[in-house]
Design a protein around this ligand. Structure first.
Ligand code: 13P
Ligand code: SF4
Length: 350
């Protein structure tokens, strides 16, 4: 039936179902979601905001999470026992989260402990599987988001001499650098070769071990793009997400989380011009919302997060129809053992 419906019919039906379910339904959406989905969101936010919101809402029976798999897992772990979290398309994963699996992590931990002894605290970006969060929870570590990475890395150094930062090497490197740790005191763990990559001579100097993972959207921004952009548009300020490489972050004017980017542009003076290095649905929405400023993407060939974009009008409607028909599908449910330890990591952050 869905395949024969027009966009207007689908939108109308979603409105009807939302009205019918009322407070039984809650629909959070990440800022990177498509406009066709965001228009129905009860709340939009970045990873940290959505994690906090999931912990607060205890009323809704169904949380239809418009984001990617790791976010829905977090929502499941922080929501109440009688709440059901649904991801409208199970293929909405995250390539970065997939770059650290638990077997690789346990193997790495053994090797790193042989080199550094019991001096390492694991921290994981929330963009990771529930199992990786549980690993961190079990070993005294915590989760971080791009909005609180500096506080969390500072906290980690109060607990232990070194830290293992999973799975995004760029957020880890950019954050540690901002806190004054020189690049030569950072090493990279390559999970494929099961090997530490360190170019310095004094291994004891290593303070930060970066997991060799990255975001396939943010890694596409380059220093060459910035140089070319500056040559043609000297009146623009360049603002990027810290999932971009260290070189890109250094070459830009400002960097910060999704929340930081939105608030910086919101509070900027009318007439200011911005080239933004982050996911394109958000950049397009900022351009539509803040018409008193000029906002463009730093990447002329655009940069969608393909997995975020899997959540669309038909998948959203399909999930809602399933609820109405009492035939709920795509439930995200983290097992109790994993949840127990992952919550420790999340709670240390929150
Ligand atoms: P934040 O929402 O924490 O800025 O993270 C960006 C991101 O890549 C989400 O997948
Ligand atoms: Fe993952 Fe990057 Fe997409 Fe965020 S933008 S969901 S980190 S691939």
């Amino acid at each position: 039936r869905l395949s024969t419906m027009s966009i207007t019919e689908m939108e109308q039906r979603i409105k009807e179902i939302k009205a019918q379910l009322g407070d039984r339904l809650y629909l959070p959406a990440h800022h990177y979601q498509k406009d066709e989905v965001v228009q129905f969101a009860d709340v939009t936010g970045d990873s940290l905001q959505l994690a906090k919101i999931s912990a607060q809402n205890k009323e809704a029976e169904f949380i239809v999470f418009c984001g990617v798999h790791f976010m829905a897992e977090t929502a499941d772990m922080l929501s109440g026992p009688d709440q059901t979290v649904i991801l409208p398309d199970l293929k909405a994963g995250c390539s970065m989260a997939d770059m650290a699996d638990i077997h690789q992590t346990e193997r790495a931990w053994i090797e790193l402990n042989k080199i550094f002894g019991d001096t390492i605290l694991p921290l994981t970006y929330v963009n990771s599987t529930a199992e990786i969060k549980a690993f961190c929870g079990k070993h005294g570590g915590a989760t971080v988001t791009s909005s609180n990475a500096k506080e969390m890395v500072s906290w980690a150094f109060q607990q232990k001499e070194r830290l293992l930062f999973l799975p995004d090497q760029h957020l880890g490197r950019n954050t540690a650098f901002d806190l004054g740790i020189p690049l030569q005191d950072m090493a990279v763990w390559d999970p494929i070769q099961n090997k530490l990559i360190y170019e310095g001579s004094e291994i004891e100097q290593v303070k930060v071990i970066l997991w060799k993972g990255h975001c396939s959207v943010h890694e596409k921004f380059t220093v060459e793009q910035i140089q070319e952009f500056r040559m043609n548009h000297s009146d623009y300020q360049i603002i990027v997400h810290p999932e971009c490489t260290h070189e890109v972050v250094r070459a830009s004017d400002m960097n910060g989380s999704t929340h930081y980017i939105i608030e910086t542009i919101r509070n900027a003076a009318p007439g200011t011009k911005w080239a933004v290095g982050t996911e394109m649905n958000l950049v397009n929405r900022l351009a539509q919302q803040f018409t008193d400023k000029k906002i463009v993407s730093l990447n002329p060939s655009l940069c969608p997060c393909l997995t975020m974009n899997r959540i669309d009008l038909p998948h959203l409607l399909w999930s809602l129809e399933n609820i109405v028909e009492g035939n709920v599908e795509n439930v995200i449910s983290v097992d109790d053992e994993t949840k127990k330890y992952a919550i420790m990591a999340l709670n240390r952050m929150m």
